[in-house]
Design a protein around this ligand. Sequence first.
Ligand SMILES: NC(=O)c1ccc[n+]([C@@H]2O[C@H](COP(=O)([O-])OP(=O)(O)OC[C@H]3O[C@@H](n4cnc5c(N)ncnc54)[C@H](OP(=O)(O)O)[C@@H]3O)[C@@H](O)[C@H]2O)c1
Length: 347
Amino acid sequence: MSIPETAKEIHLVDYPTGKPTPEIYEVVEAPVREPGDGEILMRVVFMSVDPYMRGRMNPHVKSYIPPFQKGEALDGGAVGQVIKSNSEKFATGDYVVGYNGGWREYYTGPTDGFNKVDPSLAPLSAYLGVLGMPGFTAWAGMSQILEPKEGDVLFVSGAAGAVGSMVGQLGKLKGCKVIGSAGSTEKCDWLTGELGFDVALNYKDYANSTELTKGLSQAAGKGGVNCYFENVGGMHLEAAINCIAFGGRIALCGMISNYNDTKPEPGPYNLTNLIGRGVKMQGFIVSNFMLLARDFYAEVGPMLAGGKIHFRETVYEGLEKAPEAFNGLFEGANTGKAVVRVAPDTA
Ligand SMILES: NC(=O)c1ccc[n+]([C@@H]2O[C@H](COP(=O)([O-])OP(=O)(O)OC[C@H]3O[C@@H](n4cnc5c(N)ncnc54)[C@H](OP(=O)(O)O)[C@@H]3O)[C@@H](O)[C@H]2O)c1
């Protein structure tokens, strides 16, 4: 495959206040650099949009990952084909997935965080979702923090998203009663239909945490919620803390309802419940568990191949759609994993 002289990438022009607007991005035609020693040149097929990228648009907030720089290309997960390799790790023609390489048509750079993928086992885009970072996040939060047991009641917010849809299915496979929350009837129907959740709550039917507490309490039954997988924050966290069982566990994975806030929202009013009920609440970042990646693939690969795990993707066509795809995360536009097809999938 020939190497083009230039290709498109999306640059950050300005940091957003609140929800990102189209003006903060610029599509730039940039030179395609030849790979140096130990580097690869990858033709990107799919790129990922993920909620954590909003945190990288806050230049003054100290985080586990540095902010994007104005005037430079954005970055993030991508899957594609190596078209030139100066690395011993990959050969020309290999399909690879990495934590870098998104928001552009071609990636030239080091291979850290890149792994070879087998396009005959799953569609390439799945390596950004169910078999990628979000699937691994779900698996890690469940296996390393919540540790659900048969008969436990598991509640997951953001349940129709990339992480949440996996969490609920893993819970069902463990023999839990699974309650999910999502933002539309269609999403709730998917949860209780194809994914086998026991109950799905459309959180838009509940005006505040008191109302949501009533709905969740009724769904959970007398014993309450043993495990809560937190993706959303705000009234979801308050309702979950109200309903948490004695000895319950809460995994703090994300709080997407706060990511575009321009001032901090008050925290949950009811944390005292955690003391008397002996609840463990623990935050985590998926990279904390990177050494367990092989265990994730060993467990989830066969589940997927055996039809025990289902997934959906919302695919945006063309690199220029990346900003729209990203904003869609905050608007509930995706069901399952949101990805952008940057080039035809030739695998
Ligand atoms: N800790 C980690 O290492 C890690 C790794 C990956 C992801 N995460 C976190 O996990 C969460 C889910 O990520 P994901 O990749 O699976 O995204 P996703 O759930 O596929 O997409 C985001 C979803 O969040 C929901 N949402 C957006 N704004 C909301 C609001 N104000 N209130 C309630 N729901 C809202 C929307 O669904 P509805 O239609 O249902 O509103 C939207 O589709 C995020 O908080 C993310 O930051 C953490």
